[in-house]
Design a protein around this ligand. Structure first.
Ligand code: HEM
Length: 488
């Protein structure tokens, strides 16, 4: 009664070769030939159940106890953070809910506690305002340099890192120090080696040094109680850790892991938004028109003050919102992964055996013509203006009890940056627009990283004579994009 097994052409090692060669796209290749809603692939020593149908996703998301994300997160986070044995004991205690309810497990309690500070409301507002002020400062600084040539990915990564981490960690933000930012990206490159855990002192030496540097920076941060001046999110992360008995050192060791969620996907999303908008004149024209209609202009003393309210953008720029969703659909490589803790019957018909791994690869759903139509392979910035067949087929932010709580913050940040860019600048790549190539997909990545940096020429738009100043704000914090089935 297990889901049908798809066997590889080369017995035993065929799937491993496929995964190595096609990374996360391998599952879509397999699905293509079979078109079954769920299938099994057997690897030496393990079994994976790949789900490709929205009704089965909805069904699996209800089985939160028997099919667990928390147990996998617990195993990975200890290795990636390099925490103490005492911390491991707290993390692992009752993570499979065998000894009590979710409130008796640190991992489950923590995942619940992280949601309120990121929900629309005063805490998220405070973070958004700092973030918008920073992004606005970055575009002002860039405008002063125009005409100029920049490496787009490098520029975006730095500015988004600063805006995001200033919003979360406040005035003593450790990532404001460029050396710590560099250490984070070095640490991020080594995560897979930490997870494998074979002789990391040799295989991941630089990663270990970077991790130690970041942990030191956060010990200093918490020792100064700098979190007291930071966001509700930073305060919650610290206080929750202390309440559960973690040492300050261990909390500091976990903090770089938070930046994976915070930074690793926002920067590539912003990059791909600018790439798809500026590389296609029609997309640029549509998005620019919407932004211009939502911008208020006050003339006075030879100065035009352009005011963009990010809330107005959310309310009145449906093509821009559709473009964001299409970018996320098109460039999403995330996988929701769950461990089967007991033999479980899914949807009354498929037996999932204890010890198996359930995988929901977003691109399997995002590339299925049954959900998106015959033009599924094309980038269509207007696609989300009309209703898609099933909102559950859009998996860029996951779903169920691991639905990304940061989606409102991340989407506001990307939109703020993209609007400021479109409204103020013209951008052209040196040597044309390269076609995106996928060279490497990190297993924790949700959005593909650009495979190379892009040198671009930036000049200020010609907006007529006189002085032009720009103001950006956020008035209605309750207004959010509907980015997941749960938001609709
Ligand atoms: C465009 C940017 C982002 C994308 C595409 C994204 C995507 C995702 C996805 C697909 C998941 C679900 C993973 C799974 O099912 O296993 C997830 C989980 C998560 N995300 Fe995001 N994310 C983004 C930004 C952020 C930001 C800015 C934050 C923090 C402020 C954040 C915090 C989290 C957390 C804490 C989880 C785990 C939730 C849980 O397991 O309960 N994300 N994200």
């Amino acid at each position: 009664r297990e889901p049908p097994e798809l066997r590889p052409a080369i017995p035993i090692i065929g799937h491993m070769i496929g995964m190595f060669r096609y990374t996360v796209f391998y599952y879509a290749t397999l699905r293509g030939s079979s078109n079954v809603p769920i299938f099994t692939i057997v690897l030496p020593g393990s079994k994976m159940y790949i789900i490709s149908s929205p009704p089965l996703i909805t069904a699996i998301q209800k089985l939160t106890k028997a099919v667990s994300f928390a147990t996998m997160a617990a195993k990975a986070s200890g290795r990636v953070a390099g925490c103490s044995d005492a911390a491991l004991e707290i993390i692992n205690n009752n993570v499979d809910l065998s000894k009590g309810p979710e409130s008796d497990s640190f991992v489950h309690s923590f995942f619940k506690a992280i949601v309120p500070p990121l929900r629309p409301g005063s805490s998220l507002d405070a973070m958004n305002r700092i973030m918008i002020e920073n992004i606005s400062g970055s575009t002002n600084a860039l405008a002063k340099r125009t005409p100029t040539r920049i490496n787009l990915a490098k520029w975006l990564r730095r500015e988004i890192t600063l805006a995001t981490t200033n919003a979360v960690y406040g005035p003593e933000n450790p990532y404001a120090d460029e050396e710590n930012e560099q250490a984070f990206w070095t640490y991020e490159q080594h995560i897979m080696l930490f997870m494998i855990g074979i002789l990391p002192s040799i295989t991941a030496r630089k990663g270990l040094q970077a991790r130690a540097k970041l942990a030191d920076a956060f010990v200093q941060y918490f020792t100064k109680e700098a979190q007291a001046k930071a966001s509700a999110l930073a305060q919650m992360r610290y206080s929750c850790g202390r309440e559960w008995g973690f040492s300050v050192e261990d909390i500091a060791r976990f903090e770089p892991g938070n930046a994976i969620a915070l930074l690793s996907n926002t920067f590539p999303t912003a990059y791909w938004m600018l790439y798809y908008i500026f590389s296609n004149p029609k997309v640029l024209e549509d998005c620019r028109q919407e932004i211009e209609s939502a911008t208020k202009i006050n003339q006075g003393n030879g100065t035009a003050t352009h005011t963009i309210d990010v809330s107005a953008i959310k309310a009145s720029c449906p093509i821009l919102a559709s473009t964001l969703q299409e970018v996320l659909r098109y460039r999403s490589v995330g996988m929701s992964v769950r461990e089967v803790l007991e033999d479980t019957l899914l949807d009354g018909q498929y037996l999932l055996k204890k010890g198996g791994t359930v995988v929901i690869p977003s691109n399997v759903l995002h590339t299925d013509p049954a959900h998106w139509g015959a033009d599924v392979d094309d980038f269509n910035h207007r696609r989300f203006l009309t209703k898609t067949s099933n909102p559950v087929a859009f998996r860029a932010f996951g779903g169920g009890n691991t639905l990304c709580p940061g989606r409102h913050f991340a989407s506001t940040e990307v939109m703020a940056l993209v609007c400021m860019f479109i409204a103020r600048f013209e951008m052209e790549p040196v040597g044309g627009w390269p076609s995106p190539v996928v060279t490497d997909v990190k297993i924790w990545a949700q959005i593909i990283e650009p495979h190379m940096d892009l040198e671009v020429d930036i000049r200020a738009r010609d907006l007529g004579a006189g002085k032009h100043v720009w103001e950006f704000g956020l008035t209605d914090s309750e207004l959010q994009f509907a980015l997941a089935a749960e938001d609709k």
